[in-house]
Design a protein around this ligand. Structure first.
Ligand code: 3HC
Length: 693
C-alpha cells in the first residue's frame, strides 16, 4: 500500500500529497500523517511555498463518514491541522480537482491560496448527512466570500462549479490542463508574499442588516428540527456565530454543534441512507472476473407513458433508442411528449436547445418490431396484460440478436413466466421503472430464477449510467416496493371506513414526513389503475379474498371517481387542489355500514401513522426472510427513491430500529386485538419478533 501522505520537493516548492483512495477521505490515519508532515515542514528553511495536493480522481471529498459512528471521533481534530496550515511561514496552496467537499473544502480554506482545475466542483454538503461543517467551514467561508453566499452554500449543501467559485473569490486561480505544472509556476509567483494576511481566521466578518434579514428568511423556510431541519438550523446558527464570536470561540462552538448533530437520529438516518444507496448497487457473491455485456443501444416495446419516459431516460444519457408500438396514434403522441418535454427543459434552462434537439433525435419511433432486433437491450413496457406480455417475450426471443438482454417493466406480473416464454431465460430480467420514468430515480431490477449473473450485473451498472438508483429484488407479487405498499394502503382504507377522512390520514402521514399521503397518491396515480391491480391480484390469489379488502378503491372506481383525472376520487379537486368531499365521506360511511364496521371519532394521527407504517415494515421483514431483498438497506433505498419516504427517518427498516422493534411488535399486537382482525393482517414475522427480544 502506498503512503497515505507523502512529502516531495520540486526546487524550492514542497509538495505534500494525500493518497487515500477512492476519495481521499480525511480518516484518523490521514490526519495523523498530515499533521506530522506539516509539523516537519514548519521548520524547513529551504522552501518558498507548499503545494497541498491529493492523488487520484479528486482532492479530499470530506471527512471519513464511517468514523462518525465511533463513540468519539479519533484525534487529531481537523482544526489542529488547519491551525498548523495557517501558521506556516511560507504560502500554502491547496491544489484542487474533482469534488472538493466538506472537510476537503475546509482543508482548502485553511490554506493561504486555493487553485483548481476548471472542472472541479466544490461545496459543503454536511447538512445532507444531518451534520454541519465541523472543521471551520462555517467560520472561514463567511470571512472569505461574505455572509450571505456562505450561508447559502452551508445551509443548502449544494456544490458549485469552479467558475462560480472563482467569481465569488472562493478560489484564486483556475487552470486547464497540467494542474501540477501550472500550480508550481503559480507558487513561484507568490513566493515571498505575506501569507499571514491570507489567514482567513484573521479577517473580520460582520453581519449587515440585509445579512440578518436573509438569515431570518432562510431559517424560517427550513423544515422544523423534528422534520429533518435540525442540521440546517444548526448550520445557520453556527454561520451566524462567525459574525458574533471571536474566531477561536466560533471554531469551538461549531465543533460542539457538529458533535451534537452527529448523534441525532436525523444524522444517523442520513448516513445510513448514504451507505445503503451505495451498497444496494452491489450484488453479493458475484465472481470477481465477471465480464459485463456491452450495451450501446436500447429498444423499447410500448410507447405509452412508461415506455416514453424510459426512452427519455436512456436518451438523456446519450443512448440511441428505438421506441416501438403497433399503434401509429400512440407513436405520434409519444413523439409529441418527447418534443414538449425536451423543449420544456430547454425553456427552463435545464438543458441547452442543442441538447434538447440532440436527445429527441436519439429516439426513433417505429411500428416495425424488426428494428428492435439489433438493440443490445430491449425493454417491454406495454400495459399490464399477461397474455400480451407473454406473446411479446416469445417474439423478442425470436427476433433479438444473440446476447441481447430482454427486460420487462411489469410492476406485478411473474417475470419468471415471461423469461420462459422468451426461450432464452438467462437473458431475461425485470426492470421496474417508476413513473415518471425519466424523473424518478428508483429502478427495481428483478432477478429471475435463471437470469445469468452477468446480465444482472450489466443492468446494475447500466442503471447507474442513466442516473438511476438500482435495487435488486427477487420475483414476488409487487416486488419490494409495491408488495410493502399493499399493507399501507389496506390500513389507510380501513381507517377511512372507521371514520378518518382522507385529509386527516394524508396530513398525519405527511406530518410524519411522507412526500404525499396515500389518498392523494392514489388520486394522482389513478383510482382506476389502483383498483384494477387489486382486482387482478385478488383473482391471482396474491391478495386476501376478503369482502372488505381494499373495498374503498374498488367502490370509487365503480362510481367513476378515478382521481385527479376526473376531478374526483378520495377527494374532489378544484384544479389540482384536493378538497374534502362530503360525497366521498358518505360513500365511505355507507360502505362501513354495509360491512358492519363501526365508525368512531377517536382516531389519532399517531394511530394513522402506526397502522399504516407497521404492516409495511412487517412486510419488509418478510421480504428479507424470503431473500427477496439482499439487505434491509436495499428496502430503505426503494422506499426513499420510489415512494417519498423521508430520508431523515432512514427508510422504514431503519426507522423500525430507531423506535425499537419491540415497540413495533407491541403496537402490532395491540392493533390486532383492537381491530379484531383474524385474517392475519397483524401477524408478526419471525425475524421482527426475534429483533424485539
Ligand atoms: N467517507 C467515507 N467513505 C466515503 C466518503 C466519505 N466521506 N465518500 C465516499 N465514500 C466511499 C463510498 O462509500 C464508496 O465506497 P464503496 O466503493 O465501498 O461503495 C466510495 O467512497 C466511492 O464513493 P461513490 O460511489 O459515492 O463515488 P462517486 O464518484 O459516485 O462520488 C463523491 C464521489 C461525490 C465524493 C461522493 O462519494 C460523495 O458525495 N461523498 C460524500 C461527500 C461528503 O458528504 N463529504 C462531507 C463529509 S462530512 C465532513 O466532511 C465533515 C467535516 O465537516 C468535519
Amino acid at each position: 500500500m502506498s503512503e497515505l501522505v507523502t512529502c516531495t520537493k520540486d526546487g524550492d516548492v514542497s509538495i505534500v500529497t494525500i493518497n487515500n483512495p477512492p476519495i481521499n477521505a480525511s480518516s484518523q490515519a490521514v490526519r495523523e500523517k498530515l499533521k506530522a508532515a506539516l509539523a516537519q515542514l514548519r521548520n524547513a528553511a529551504d522552501i518558498k511555498a507548499v503545494m497541498l495536493c491529493c492523488a487520484g480522481r479528486t482532492f479530499m471529498a470530506g471527512a471519513d463518514i464511517r468514523e462518525f459512528d465511533l463513540p468519539e471521533i479519533p484525534a487529531p481534530d481537523p482544526n489542529e491541522i488547519h491551525a498548523l496550515l495557517e501558521s506556516m511561514q511560507v504560502p500554502v496552496v491547496a491544489v484542487m480537482h474533482g469534488t472538493v467537499l466538506g472537510g476537503g473544502l475546509e482543508l482548502g480554506l485553511a490554506c493561504h491560496y486555493r487553485v483548481a482545475l476548471a472542472s472541479t466542483e466544490m461545496g459543503l454538503p454536511e447538512v445532507k448527512l444531518g451534520i454541519l461543517p465541523g472543521g471551520g467551514g462555517t467560520q472561514r467561508l463567511p470571512r472569505l466570500v461574505g455572509f450571505t453566499k456562505a450561508l447559502d452554500m452551508i445551509v443548502t449543501g449544494k456544490s458549485m462549479s469552479a467558475a462560480n467559485a472563482l467569481d465569488i473569490g472562493l478560489v484564486d486561480a483556475l487552470f486547464d490542463g497540467d494542474l501540477h505544472a501550472q500550480t508550481l509556476e503559480y507558487c513561484r509567483s507568490i513566493a515571498g508574499s505575506d501569507c499571514a494576511s491570507r489567514v482567513l481566521g484573521r479577517l473580520p466578518v460582520e453581519l449587515s442588516a440585509t445579512d440578518k434579514l436573509v438569515l431570518e428568511e432562510r431559517v424560517n423556510k427550513l423544515p422544523s428540527t423534528e422534520k429533518g431541519g435540525n442540521a440546517a438550523r444548526a448550520a445557520a446558527k453556527s454561520t451566524e456565530k462567525a459574525g458574533s464570536l471571536p474566531f477561536a470561540e466560533g471554531l469551538k462552538y461549531e465543533r460542539q454543534a457538529f458533535i451534537d448533530c452527529r448523534n441525532t437520529n436525523e444524522s444517523k438516518a442520513l448516513r445510513h441512507v448514504f451507505f445503503a444507496e451505495r451498497e444496494a448497487a452491489r450484488i453479493p457473491n458475484l465472481p470477481r472476473d465477471l465480464g459485463l455485456r456491452t450495451i450501446q443501444s436500447v429498444g423499447i416495446v410500448g410507447a405509452g407513458t412508461m415506455g416514453t419516459g424510459i426512452a427519455m431516460s436512456f436518451a438523456n444519457a446519450g443512448f440511441p433508442v428505438v421506441l416501438q408500438d403497433l399503434s401509429p396514434q400512440t407513436l405520434s403522441r409519444a413523439d409529441e411528449i418527447i418534443d414538449s418535454t425536451y423543449q420544456g427543459s430547454a425553456a427552463k434552462n435545464r438543458i441547452t436547445p442543442e441538447q434538447a434537439q440532440h436527445r429527441a433525435g436519439l429516439i426513433t419511433t417505429t411500428e416495425d418490431d424488426m428494428q428492435l432486433s439489433s438493440c443490445d437491450l430491449i425493454i417491454e413496457a406495454v400495459f399490464e396484460n399477461f397474455d400480451i406480455k407473454k406473446a411479446i417475450f416469445k417474439r423478442l426471443g425470436q427476433i433479438a440478436k444473440p446476447g441481447a438482454i430482454l427486460a420487462s417493466n411489469t410492476s406485478s406480473l411473474d417475470v419468471n413466466v415471461l423469461a420462459q416464454c422468451s426461450g432464452r431465460a438467462a437473458d431475461v430480467l425485470g426492470m421496474h421503472f417508476f413513473s415518471p420514468a425519466n424523473i424518478m430515480r428508483l429502478l427495481e431490477v428483478v432477478r429471475c430464477d435463471q437470469t445469468a449473473p452477468e446480465v444482472l450485473a450489466t443492468i446494475m451498472h447500466l442503471a447507474k449510467r442513466i442516473g438511476k438508483v438500482p435495487v435488486v429484488s427477487g420475483v414476488c407479487f409487487g416486488f419490494i416496493g409495491n408488495r410493502m405498499l399493499e399493507g399501507y394502503l389496506r390500513e389507510a382504507e380501513f381507517l377511512l371506513l372507521e371514520g378518518a377522512t382522507p385529509g386527516f390520514i394524508d396530513k398525519a402521514l405527511e406530518d410524519y414526513g411522507m412526500a404525499m399521503g396515500p389518498c392523494r397518491m392514489i388520486d394522482m396515480a389513478g383510482v382506476d389503475v389502483a383498483s384494477k391491480v387489486v382486482l387482478e391480484q385478488k383473482k391471482s390469489g396474491n391478495l386476501p379474498d376478503d369482502d372488505t379488502y381494499r373495498v374503498v378503491v374498488q367502490k370509487l372506481h365503480e362510481q367513476g371517481r378515478f382521481g385527479q383525472k376526473t376531478s374526483s376520487g378520495y377527494y374532489r379537486y378544484e384544479g389540482r387542489t384536493p378538497v374534502e368531499d362530503s360525497e366521498a365521506l358518505t360513500l365511505f360511511s355507507d360502505l362501513a355500514q354495509q360491512h358492519g364496521i363501526t365508525q368512531r371519532t377517536d382516531i389519532s394521527a399517531q394511530e394513522v401513522v402506526e397502522r399504516c407504517l407497521y404492516p409495511l415494515i412487517a412486510e419488509g421483514y418478510r421480504i428479507l426472510e424470503e431473500g427477496i431483498a439482499y439487505r434491509s438497506g436495499d428496502i430503505d433505498t426503494v422506499w426513499l427513491h420510489g415512494y417519498g419516504f423521508p430520508a431523515y427517518r432512514g427508510g422504514p427498516m431503519f426507522y423500525a430500529t430507531t423506535i425499537g422493534e419491540s415497540n413495533v411488535v407491541a403496537s402490532m399486537q395491540r392493533y390486532a386485538k383492537n381491530t379484531g382482525n383474524t385474517s392475519g393482517y397483524w401477524s408478526v414475522p419471525a425475524s421482527l419478533s426475534k429483533g424485539a427480544n
